[in-house]
Design a protein around this ligand. Structure first.
Ligand code: SF4
Length: 89
């Protein structure tokens, strides 16, 4: 069940990204560079969350990341740590 989204046709699976607020932004805004910790990580994650807050496909994005068990980055306004909490529920 965890990988059910991965089995859908590719266009359907990724179509929602056409409306993403992060389209064209550097992935570094959403993914932690090697060694990032503490306040630097917190600042980057909060900036990513602000972008996600105004995104029209936020729910699709968060659901996608949780369904695929995405381990890294901020998706749908949820950090990897917050998604790990969602997986446990
Ligand atoms: S919710 Fe955030 S990470 Fe997801 S598509 Fe929108 S801006 Fe990008």
């Amino acid at each position: 069940m965890k990988h059910a989204a991965a089995l859908r046709p590719l266009l359907t699976t990724w179509q929602w990204q056409a409306a993403a607020a992060c389209r064209g932004l550097p992935s570094a805004a959403f993914f932690s560079p090697t060694g990032e910790r503490g306040e630097a990580r917190e600042r980057r994650e909060q900036a990513a969350k602000r972008i996600c807050a105004g995104c029209p496909v936020r729910e699709e994005c968060a659901a996608f990341a949780v369904a695929l068990g995405e381990r890294h980055g901020t998706w749908g306004g949820l950090t990897d740590k917050e998604r790990r909490g969602a997986w446990r529920n």
